[in-house]
Write a protein that binds this ligand. Structure first.
Ligand SMILES: [Zn+2]
Ligand SMILES: [Zn+2]
Length: 253
């Protein structure tokens, strides 16, 4: 069953009355501003739009089922990637990760995808394209990755944690291949009762991951010899990887 009218009203009323000192280094406070049904190709969801008092980043939660006051709710945290999510760029695997998470949650009784409007893990679109450009012009991947690597994961998770609190979720099971994320969310006050690995279906675009070749800076290289920079804070596990490959991929994050 989806979010009830009573719970929608309750969430909106409580957010309207909510005030706090904000979370993370920038003291961000988010409030639920609007909720609507969202049927999608991945199933029936509700979409929750958050107002942000600091940087105009309108984060979004995609809800499956009535998660209010629920425990052990499967949760995926996804960082916005305009080029991958929307345009279908093959420079990253963001769209594969997003679709796989939505497909998984869409089949569950309850679940949440937090869509964080922090392009390129917080560095912004311009800097991300700049990093792509650096790679193209022969700069070392390390340099390009440094440009992509400037981010503040702590701040990211503090806002994600605030969103889960606004949604009145009691405890979560994190959908991730990155065990470190559990500690981060826990530090921000979220009760994490478990981890659900995300295994992506192989396709002709991500098949190179199955070979997991590393270059000297430890990045995955595709068949064309281009290094893929990790844009989601999550190592991609593709169906068909063996134990050794999985260990390598997870260890490289
Ligand atoms: Zn707040
Ligand atoms: Zn991406």
């Amino acid at each position: 069953m989806g979010l009830t009218h009573m719970h929608i009203k309750e969430l909106l009323d409580e957010s309207r009355a909510h005030a706090c000192d904000g979370v993370g280094p920038d003291h961000v406070c988010v409030k639920i501003a609007a909720i609507a049904e969202m049927p999608s190709r991945f199933g029936q969801f509700h979409i929750v739009a958050f107002y942000n008092n600091k940087d105009d980043k309108e984060h979004v939660a995609i809800l499956r089922g009535d998660v209010t006051n629920a425990g052990d709710v499967p949760v995926r945290v996804h960082s916005e990637c305009l080029t991958g999510d929307v345009i279908g760029s093959l420079r990253c695997d963001c769209r594969d990760q997003l679709e796989s998470a939505l497909r998984m949650i869409g089949k569950m009784e309850k679940g949440i995808l937090l869509y964080m409007r922090q392009e390129g893990r917080g560095i912004g679109l311009i800097n991300k394209i700049r990093a792509y450009g650096l790679q193209e012009h022969g700069y070392d991947t390390v340099e390009a990755n440094l440009a992509l690597g400037f981010r503040d994961d702590e701040r990211d998770y503090s806002v994600a944690a605030h969103m889960l609190e606004s949604l009145k979720v009691k405890s979560i099971q994190l959908i991730t291949n990155n065990p470190r994320k559990i500690a981060d969310l826990t530090r921000h006050g979220i009760s994490v009762t478990g981890r659900i690995p995300q295994i992506i279906r192989p396709n002709k675009y991500n098949r190179f991951y199955l070979e997991t070749k590393a270059n000297k800076s430890g990045h995955l290289i595709d068949f064309a010899g281009k290094a893929h920079l990790p844009e989601q804070a999550d190592p991609p596990i593709i169906q068909g990887m063996d134990e050794k490959q999985m260990k390598w991929v997870i260890g490289s994050f």
